[in-house]
Design a protein around this ligand. Structure first.
Ligand code: ADP
Ligand code: MG
Length: 732
């Protein structure tokens, strides 16, 4: 008997929903109670300190040390009143998780006769955690392994588990970024500057542009006992074997269906904890695959949205456990059914409260809208390989291009109606001066009608990796387990650079054509961009085979191989982009590339080790046991001496052979896999090693799995050791 599996199944099926912890009062009353937000700042900080922090947030001004001490005292008082005993700098290292190192507020006086709570301005502003084990891609030598964390006042401090968490950046002794937040903040800053300059063509009152982000987090849930009975899920976050269930998502009966009671309890607790931490979760629903779900907040300023998504991911893991569940954030936990993404809804908002990707009421507003729309498309066209590098990881690779996920070709969808508008501009605008009539037609009939056409724009192409959805772009290729920053750093920087170029192009035209009006110059430059970026626009079915052929014709790249795709980080085009905008240096890009290679290799290393172990120690012994049962059965038939012996025993003989052949293949491949891995590990050059892991080692995962999944169909269910797909997918 497969005791572990059956015990797990029994445990899972007897599971009772856990009571939630939510008071009866209105949810809005709890919003942000664990966050040191502006309202609390006003209460706990002297006026001078409050104003200084606000201008640090709004205008990026520095906070001096004296003010920092006042802020530290205010935060400490608030935190202790709210039960906090410890504090930590909270940062986002390049391993994709969140990092914290807790220290107590508790301290003793010099002669140790008095205990008190201490938290100084120094401790708020900067720390040197001994964090030498985070990936740094060769930037930090061990002899100068110092990394510093420094306060990011634009993301408010919060209390989690009685610990005051202070969002910080993480940089090396030599000033290079070791995290996601540092370049994200820089990218937001250049984007702000570049966008404001362009906005000033239309409105001089615009002095600040922020990027807004609303992510949609997809995930799977599974009962804890079943999860614990699958070593592959525990160690690699995905099932690396398992035959498809007879029924999974074919009937589309999960999507938007009633949420199972246990899951609802989890969601309610999650939402309540999130709301208290200021994460404005709003939407929840079932997703396409069985046991797959999604949640989404109201969009926020990008830096805050990223911190909130990282925080949410850790909350999810913790709260799931309380409900005897495990949350699977991997992009493809189960083969053959939908994977999980994290659509990044992205837009730009001005200090005058205008969404720059939303058409306005007047032709002037719409020209501004078109300017940002077209420049974004052009940026995606010019930096498509970088954008792909920013989202392609070992885990996301399983999802892209499979089962309702965009392929590894970057393209932009804008809908039929807007396509028509861009086509009209292309035809009507030229380098000749326009007549007043032509101008009027363009303004009133074409761009004047954009808001109306967008109102009935129900045209929502789900298959595009980068889609315009009425008032924002949706970057859909981002993976569910990712830190959104990686994608946003690339996108923000590319758009910022494109806007800088646009400004230059328009100003140049105006400089050399005295009588040319500003709006006509803008039209001319936009027309050029429309033509130059046409190839990146695709309105058809992104999941179809025809698109792959069409994209190839257009010269768009389709790279699903991780080492090949991530090399785009250090292509000249990317290095130029990041150096010109000062978001990342060449050395920082090289280190990021090295970390990508390293992580990729390690993940495949772990997956292949796990499959080797499971194959040899779980699957083969089980298969042989069943084979022996069959052999015993034939012996028994023989012993009673029936005439049609051969006929009766034939199916068993066939199965014995099949099992034998699968076992043989598995054994041989595992031996070969170990040999190849040993060879590969001798390679010094990390880039070359990543290629070998991708081309020579990774394929064994599928090859070995093939035979294991076949065995699953032959071997007696009673002795199969691992929970099956049908059991894991329908456990809730
Ligand atoms: P859908 O599944 O139809 O795409 P959802 O409601 O699940 O829609 O998610 C939409 C997300 O887009 C939400 O997080 C929402 O806050 C966000 N969003 C809406 N407007 C903007 C905007 N201007 N900038 C950024 N995000 C936005
Ligand atoms: Mg969406």
């Amino acid at each position: 008997m497969a005791t572990i599996r059956f015990k797990a199944l029994e445990e899972a099926s007897n599971r009772q929903p856990i009571k939630t912890n939510i008071p009866n009062s209105r949810i809005s009353e709890h919003y942000g109670i664990n966050v040191f937000d502006r309202i609390k700042m006003q209460k706990y900080l002297p006026k001078e300190a409050y104003e200084s922090v606000v201008s640090a947030i709004d205008e990026g001004l520095k906070i001096d040390r004296r003010i920092a001490s006042q802020v530290a005292t205010g935060i400490k008082t608030w935190a202790i009143e709210h039960g906090a005993t410890h504090y930590t700098h909270w940062f986002l290292p390049l391993n994709g998780s969140t990092a914290e190192k807790h220290d107590g507020f508790f301290d003793l006086s010099k002669n140790r006769d008095r205990a008190f709570e201490e938290f100084s301005g120094e401790l708020l502003i900067q720390q040197e955690p001994d964090a030498s084990s985070f990936p740094n891609g060769g930037i930090r030598n061990t002899f100068e392994a110092r990394g510093y964390t420094a306060w990011d006042p634009s993301s408010p401090a919060f209390i989690l588990d009685k610990t005051l968490c202070i969002p910080t950046i993480f940089v090396s002794y030599t000033g290079e970024a070791l995290d996601y937040k540092t370049p994200l903040l820089k990218s937001l800053n250049v984007l702000d500057k570049a966008a404001v300059e362009v906005c000033n063509y239309f409105d001089k009152n615009i002095t600040k542009v922020t990027s807004t982000v609303g992510w949609e987090q997809e995930y799977f849930l599974i009962d804890k006992a079943l999860y614990n009975a699958r070593p592959d899920l525990k160690l690699t976050s995905r099932t690396i074997m398992g035959h498809a269930s007879a029924k999974d998502q074919q009937l589309d009966d999960h999507y938007f269906g009633a949420i199972p009671e246990r899951v609802l309890g989890f969601m309610q607790d999650l939402e309540f904890e999130a709301i208290k931490l200021g994460i404005p979760l709003k939407t929840r629903h079932n997703e396409v695959a069985p046991s797959q779900f999604e949640c989404a907040p109201i969009f926020e300023e990008a830096n805050l949205a990223v911190d909130h998504n990282q925080l949410l991911q850790s909350l999810m893991k913790k709260i799931a456990k309380k409900h005897n569940l495990e949350v699977l954030l991997h992009e493809k936990p189960y083969k053959g059914i939908n994977g999980s993404g994290k659509h990044n809804n992205w837009s730009l908002q001005t200090n005058t409260n205008v969404n720059l990707l939303s058409p306005g009421k007047t032709p002037k507003n719409n020209l501004q809208f078109l300017t940002f729309l077209i420049n974004t498309i052009k940026a995606v066209k010019d930096y498509d390989t970088l954008l792909r590098a920013s989202i392609l990881t070992e885990s996301n690779q399983h999802r892209l291009g499979a089962h309702e996920a965009p392929p590894a070709i970057i393209s932009v969808f804008i809908g039929q109606k807007l396509t028509q508008v861009l086509d009209d501009i292309e035809q009507k605008v030229s380098d000749k001066k326009m007549t007043p009539d032509e101008k009027t037609e363009l303004k009133l009939d074409i761009i004047g009608k954009i808001p109306e056409i967008l109102l009935d724009n129900t045209d929502r192409n789900r298959t595009s990796p980068f889609a315009f959805t009425g008032n924002r772009f949706e970057f859909r290729a981002v993976g569910s387990s990712a830190n959104c920053s990686s994608a946003l750093i690339a996108l923000n920087t590319a758009v910022a650079r494109q806007l800088q170029i646009f400004k230059k192009d328009v100003d140049n035209l105006l400089l050399h054509n005295d009588e040319l009006k500003k709006d006509e110059a803008i039209f001319r430059v936009l027309r050029k961009y429309i033509i130059d970026s046409k190839d990146i626009r695709f309105e058809g079915n992104g999941y179809g085979e025809e698109w792959i052929a069409e994209a190839k014709k257009r010269g768009l790249s389709n790279i699903n191989d991780v080492p090949t795709a991530v090399r785009a980080f250090t292509e000249d085009n990317s290095v130029n982009l990041f150096e010109k905008t000062k978001v990342l240096s060449k050395r920082e890009l090289e280190s990021r590339l090295e970390i990508r290679f390293e992580t990729y290799i390690k993940k495949i290393q772990i997956e292949t080790r796990v499959i080797g172990d499971l194959a040899i120690n779980h699957i083969i012994p089980t298969a042989l046991r069943y084979q022996n049962t069959l052999i015993e059965n034939i012996k028994g038939i023989k012993s009673i001496g029936i005439r049609e012996l051969d006929d009766i025993a034939e199916p068993q003989v066939k199965s014995i052979k099949k099992i034998g052949l699968h076992v043989k293949s598995i054994r041989e491949q595992v031996v070969e896999l170990v040999r190849l891995r040993k060879e590969a590990n001798k390679i010094e050059d990390i880039s070359e090693k990543a290629d070998i892991y991708s081309s020579k080692i990774k394929p064994y995962l599928e090859d070995i799995r093939y035979h294991i999944d076949k065995l699953e169909l032959i071997v007696d269910d009673e002795i199969w050791p691992l929970p099956k797909y049908r059991e894991m997918l329908f456990s809730l």
